[in-house]
Design a protein around this ligand. Structure first.
Ligand code: FES
Length: 105
């Protein structure tokens, strides 16, 4: 399996302790700029159709705007019902203010 590095955005485009949804060529992601670092995950909640960037960010925990399930961006793990599936997160590298993720081709 080959890995692919994709440029996502600039760190400076995401305010501290905030998040944005960003469309990439082959997927849509949410980027969170936390005190613990920058995290990137799939933008859609694993429960139903809700964009997680429309929810709330507390530390590394992101809360879905629709039914309130939270996910920990450190692991992608789901923390509350009704969502049951973990969130897909991506390995992040920051070089000179540029956020990259590594995906499998
Ligand atoms: S759509 Fe996110 S918890 Fe239901």
């Amino acid at each position: 399996m080959n890995n692919n590095q994709i440029k996502v955005c600039l760190v400076s485009e995401i305010p501290d302790n905030d998040m944005r949804c960003i469309s990439l060529e082959d997927r849509n992601v949410v980027v969170a700029n936390t005190a613990a670092g920058v995290f990137v995950a799939d933008e859609m909640c694993t429960h139903e159709d809700a964009r997680l960037c429309d929810g709330n960010l507390t530390g590394t925990k992101i809360k879905c705007p629709l039914h309130g399930s939270r996910f920990d961006l450190l692991t992608g793990n789901v923390l509350d019902d009704p969502a049951e599936d973990n969130l897909v997160t991506y390995p992040v590298t920051v070089v000179d203010n540029v956020v990259f993720i590594t995906t499998e081709r």
